[in-house]
Design a protein around this ligand. Sequence first.
Ligand SMILES: NC(=O)c1ccc[n+]([C@@H]2O[C@H](COP(=O)([O-])OP(=O)(O)OC[C@H]3O[C@@H](n4cnc5c(N)ncnc54)[C@H](OP(=O)(O)O)[C@@H]3O)[C@@H](O)[C@H]2O)c1
Length: 284
Amino acid sequence: MKIMLTGASGFIGGHIRRALEAAGHEIVPVTRRDGFDFKQMLAVEDWLPHLQGVDAVINSVGIIAETRGQTFEALHFHAPAALFRACAQAGVKRVVQISALGADEQAFTPYQLTKKSADDVLRSLPLDWFVLRPSLVYGEGGASMAMFQRMANLPIIPLVGDGKQRIQPVHVSDVVATVLHCLRAVPAQRTLDVVGAYPLTFVEWLQLMRHKNGKTAALTLPIPLPLIMANAHLMRFIVPMLHPDNLRMLQRGNVADVQPLTEFLGRPPHPPAPSPLRGEGEQE
Ligand SMILES: NC(=O)c1ccc[n+]([C@@H]2O[C@H](COP(=O)([O-])OP(=O)(O)OC[C@H]3O[C@@H](n4cnc5c(N)ncnc54)[C@H](OP(=O)(O)O)[C@@H]3O)[C@@H](O)[C@H]2O)c1
């Protein structure tokens, strides 16, 4: 198949790209390095010339925080919505959208709401679509995992509040397997939560990472949420993940029923199992 892959240079997109190439697909990569800036591709006409002969589109562009003109509205909503509408016009048969867990009726942050808006546009179109909503994704090359690994290796682990937020990390190989399955699965027109085998708390996840690094469980230092929130507006400039909205999403929890994914893949996803940290600047 000839497949347009947006976000091909990213963590998830890079893994998808390598799997598609290994499976013999022809890739049309869409990254800023390839001359495609989502901020400037907000109309259907911007996409149509690039969809000639394309069988499927996979959208894996996203940001966790807004910076220097990179807005949720443009990157999560207007550009993908234009791309999806262009796909319908150009006769692209299949579109796979990497959305996020929480982009649903309870969405409450601009990150989630703009993702849901694009998902809704895709769901309204007469083509074979899949909306995938991953939980926290881990695996080689993941930036957020690198940060969590560093936290886990501290002598005393600082926690957001009590650290009991529920998460359901999914390995990037399960995300890739789901995307590949979407390219041929029938029926299409499905929204699927892409989660790990079972939920655990954030502090359990950090201690698990620590254990994988050959260390015993560490003491923890719960930092009261109001204190973190009071400083998050400044800290987010150093660590975008610490944007107050991201902390609110963490507080709400990031879990879902694994059964639909298990049925879709014909097997359960992997249980949460971070690999050991290999050295400075590396993770998993
Ligand atoms: N990682 C997770 O835990 C997780 C969980 C749930 C959902 N997701 C979603 O999965 C998708 C991929 O996430 P990721 O972790 O792979 O993110 P990532 O590593 O940060 O990759 C983001 C991708 O978006 C591209 N991009 C950013 N701004 C762009 C622009 N203006 N124009 C064109 N491309 C642009 C980047 O390409 P450049 O080379 O041009 O910068 C990069 O390829 C996102 O939609 C994210 O919300 C991720």
